[in-house]
Design a protein around this ligand. Sequence first.
Ligand SMILES: C[S@@+](CC[C@H](N)C(=O)[O-])C[C@H]1O[C@@H](n2cnc3c(N)ncnc32)[C@H](O)[C@@H]1O
Length: 280
Amino acid sequence: MTVKPPTTVGELLDWAREKLAHFPEPLREARQALLLATGERHLERNERLSPFTRGRFRRIVEARARGVPWPVLEGVTGFLDFEVLVPPGVFIPRPETEELAELAVTEFQKAPKGARALDIGTGTGVLAIALARARPDGEVWAVDISSRALRAARRNAQRLGVKIKVRRSNLFSAVEGKFHLIVANPPYVAKEAWKTLPSDVRNFDPKAALDGGKNGLYFLTRLVREAPDFLVSGGVLLLELAPSQGERVLAEAESTGKWRECSVLPDLSGRPRFFRGYRC
Ligand SMILES: C[S@@+](CC[C@H](N)C(=O)[O-])C[C@H]1O[C@@H](n2cnc3c(N)ncnc32)[C@H](O)[C@@H]1O
């Protein structure tokens, strides 16, 4: 007996639900794939889709079944109140970084007119864009070592109509002048934590965006040591980190003697996730 391939919306959804059965909500996943393939929110179950659309739907479902994250399939993700394009090979912004952005915006609002901010390891540009949207009078720099990330950040800023200065830089190597605020969500995954990362993170985020060296502290310690040279007195450094890293980063900051009022702030679930320190 030959099995008739699915052609109607209902048949395709049933087929996709089976393919996506290993997700907690297979039907929601299947519907999202249908929306992405057709661009239509309201389709009847007995509606027949064209062979072209069916092919596109099948490819999306198969990729999703292999664990490809939605922002990679859709090429776009939301951050705060805006959307950014997420091309392949560029780090997908995460919800916890929205909290870092809010802290950074609050600090930047307090800075004088024409204040300068620097986002190190900008990726898609989300932190720099949030800062530039909050303070159109300010000067916001966005640097990254990855040219793919820089292209994405430039394009996202253009689409959103904000001005940021995008530069290729190995941390501070191409940075000039002093800033009122420096923010970074640097690579901070420790070697030993690598194997425990969910497979979508390991397979779809660039390794250079995550790898923080043996104990995950390579970039965090460099940032607290090097940032003082690029901050005005009273300027602020904000960093995202893993909950286990806060104490080590605080100790490192204190050992430089260049910071005051250093603290590690909790995220919404109460876990210590953000370093904040002010330049003496
Ligand atoms: C965790 S991602 C953060 C991206 C973005 N800020 C966000 O929060 O979505 C870290 C970023 O740091 C960049 N990066 C890695 N090493 C770097 C270096 N030595 N200098 C500058 N950027 C670097 C990576 O290319 C990546 O875009």
